[in-house]
Design a binder for this molecule. Structure first.
Ligand code: CTP
Ligand code: MG
Length: 232
């Protein structure tokens, strides 16, 4: 008998949003009538593929319980960690009783509220038969320079450089063990890097440019603009 493969979403949402310089973590800022994290979670739920969405929330977070979405039956929470990778591992552990090693996990930043069902389905369909898994990514339109101090010491081959987005999609067992092996390593800034450290080669899947991460104050207006343009 073959087990039915399930899909789980993991959302790290325990950051403080230092670069945003606001009065609260950026995931709780308002954007088009809802908080950023509500948009993100409603879009993941709206993709209708996930058995559950595991969200890592800081233990000092007073905002989360006030959101209606926190009571959604498909949403479970886990304590956030010191770094993003710690929060992701904590969320993975919170579903260990229900998830199987072969299930797929899509890790998606709470701070990317413009993600579309199209992007989620395209990522899943592209990687469903892949051994390792992979990530949504964008190529760079600008010429990229290698710089020391303020001096250019070379030009990078743009065709070989991609920007890593989320969701990032890996098997539950592989992702959990890769993150455990990399615990405390500051070079692990996304899930793919934890797998790369294991000698594996995750794939890239070209994502949509509207799937931006809210990082700095000007990104909120840009996210609002993209949302107004989206009709899927
Ligand atoms: N994140 C997390 N736990 C941490 C740090 C980050 O769950 N210890 C989450 C953030 O909430 C965000 C995602 O990881 O949804 C991407 O991180 P980033 O954009 O860097 O958010 P912050 O760390 O909050 O922002 P900053 O780096 O500006 O402080
Ligand atoms: Mg950060």
């Amino acid at each position: 008998m073959t087990d039915l493969i399930k899909f789980w979403a993991v959302v790290p949402a325990a950051g403080v949003g230092k670069r945003m310089n606001a009065d609260r973590p950026k995931q709780y800022l308002e954007l088009a009538g809802k908080t950023v994290i509500e948009h993100t979670l409603l879009r993941l739920l709206g993709a209708e593929v996930f058995d559950a969405v595991a969200v890592a929330i800081s233990e000092e977070d007073p905002y989360w319980p006030d959101l209606e979405v926190s009571e959604n039956e498909k949403i479970v929470t886990a304590p956030g960690g010191k770094e993003r990778a710690d929060s992701v591992l904590s969320a993975l552990k919170s579903i260990r009783v229900v998830a199987s090693d072969n299930d797929w996990v899509l890790v998606h930043d709470a701070a990317r509220p413009c993600v579309t069902a199209t992007d989620i389905h395209f990522l899943i369909n592209s990687l469903l038969n892949d051994e390792v898994g992979g990530i949504l990514a964008l190529s760079s339109h600008d010429t990229l320079k290698n710089v020391q101090g303020i001096s250019i010491i070379g030009t990078l081959d743009r065709r070989r450089i991609w920007r890593a987005l989320t969701p990032q999609m890996f098997r539950y067992g592989l992702l959990k063990s890769a993150l455990e092996a990399a615990e405390g390593n500051p070079a692990i800034t996304d899930e793919a890097s934890a797998l790369e450290l294991q000698g594996l080669q995750p794939k890239i899947v070209e994502g949509r440019p509207d799937n931006i991460k809210i990082t700095r104050p000007e990104d909120l207006a840009l996210a609002q603009f993209y949302m107004e343009q989206q009709n899927d």
